[in-house]
Design a protein around this ligand. Structure first.
Ligand code: NAG
Ligand code: NAG
Length: 403
């Protein structure tokens, strides 16, 4: 069975069981990537398609991402995405034949919007509550923590599915992208002057929040959830600038990245993966997929030229000069910032975020390559089978949930 177009016209008799088997495979092949009817996304600026922008408009404040050159390469206007073009989640939507996922904030959250997905990710969002950070002496730019995003999700459910069973069906056939989230819990603290030792104790708390949210989604009927880990933050132009002039042994000689920050990100990722292994054992029928953003990105930090990043992977395309073209007081899109002519030759967009070209590499590595565990490609047929096997008898009454 190789899916050649002549297959449906074969007239020879087949055993019913084989026929059924073929039908399942064909259903999948015909919908190539069409097994998911929608995308639900939670997270931060790596996945925000416009929520932070909309929240800022409501509050009558301005964000850099509301101005050019944000969006210059693909959308040709600043959508609120923290890049020059599409994000990983946009490439996922394209590959599934779905429209770009609209932001939840500012939409009416109705069934038409939700039909093919909604995005709850907010730039700057943390996994932990804003109050957690405030209690440690610094504030965070948004209180749209992962818990708040989950609340929004539950609220939008009440307006779009009439019964719990309908909701389960919709959530079960959705591809849920939960994250990356948690990176900002560390970023905001580090930028506020905390040390790596100070934030080490955050890691189990952040992972616990992610796992708690995952469990709620599973309870609501989630069948496929992708949970990405943290990026190699020691390679970001922002941190390379903040820690500029560290001693030579602090830098990885093959990449120029900061070793301790990357090790810290790896530590988060390892704990996340071991927790995901635990959840997989408790829920063998749910596809819980780890997304290895870290190693997908390390490919271009190790050999930028192989990916067309002829200006290197460390220096920001858009920013305020300095060795990495990043300056906290002259951020991208502010008055004296400068922007490169060819963003595709840079991996770093504005110091903290990546270019569309870099996000495409990560997308391809995960969704067309081997940087997910288990591998994403093979899940299409498995997912169809799982929806059929779902045990509806164990449904919790609709009213149990606090919509
Ligand atoms: C978040 O903060 C805003 C004010 O900036 C407030 O109006 C809102 O109620 C807060 N939301 C939550 C969930 O705490
Ligand atoms: C950032 O810009 C300010 C003002 O132009 C300057 O004083 C400062 O030295 C710059 N910092 C870095 C790290 O380049």
């Amino acid at each position: 069975m190789n899916g050649t177009p002549t297959l449906p016209f074969i007239k020879c008799p087949m055993a019913p069981s084989f026929n059924l088997f073929l039908m399942v495979l064909l259903t999948c092949a015909l919908h190539t990537n069409g097994c998911y009817t929608s995308i639900i996304s939670f997270g931060d600026s790596l996945a925000d398609t416009g929520n932070a922008k909309q929240l800022a408009i409501f509050k009558n404040v301005e964000l850099h991402s509301m101005f050019f050159p944000y969006g210059e390469t693909y959308f040709h206007n600043p959508t609120g995405r923290c890049s020059n073009g599409r994000l990983i989640v946009d490439f996922v939507a394209e590959s599934l034949g779905l429209p770009f996922i609209p932001p939840y904030v500012g939409g009416d959250g109705n069934a038409i919007d939700f039909g093919q997905g909604l995005n709850y990710a907010v730039a700057s969002a943390t996994a932990l509550e804003a109050s957690f950070h405030e209690a440690r002496g610094y504030s965070v730019p948004t209180n749209a923590s992962l818990r708040v995003q989950l609340e929004w999700f539950k609220q939008s459910l009440s307006s779009m599915c009439a019964t719990l069973s309908d909701c389960r069906q919709l959530i079960g056939s959705s591809l849920i992208l939960m994250g990356e989230i948690g990176g900002n819990d560390y970023n905001h603290a580090l930028v506020a002057g905390k040390s790596i030792d100070d934030i080490q104790p955050y890691v189990p708390l952040v992972i616990n929040t992610i796992v708690t949210t995952l469990n709620v989604l599973i309870e609501l009927g989630a069948q496929t959830v992708i949970i990405p880990g943290n990026l190699p933050i020691g390679c970001s132009a922002a941190f390379l600038t903040i820690y500029y002039g560290s001693s030579d042994e602090e830098y990885d000689s093959t990449t120029g990245c900061l070793i301790r920050l990357n090790k810290f990100a790896e530590c988060h990722n390892e704990l996340l993966q071991s927790e995901l292994n635990r959840i997989r054992e408790l829920h063998p029928n749910v596809n819980i997929i780890y997304g290895d953003y870290y190693n997908a990105a390390m490919q271009f930090y190790r050999s930028p030229d192989d990916f067309g990043f002829s200006n290197g992977a460390l220096k920001a395309c858009c920013g305020g000069k300095g060795p990495y073209n990043y300056n906290q007081s002259t951020e991208c899109a502010s008055q004296f910032s400068t922007s490169c002519a060819e963003p595709n030759t840079y991996a770093n967009w504005d110091g903290l975020h990546l270019t569309e070209a870099a996000y495409r590499v990560i997308y391809k590595s995960l969704f067309e390559g081997s940087y997910t565990t288990p591998q994403f490609n093979s899940l299409c047929t498995i997912n169809l089978g799982k929806v059929d096997r779902r045990d509806l008898s164990k449904e919790i009454p609709y009213t149990t949930y606090q919509y």
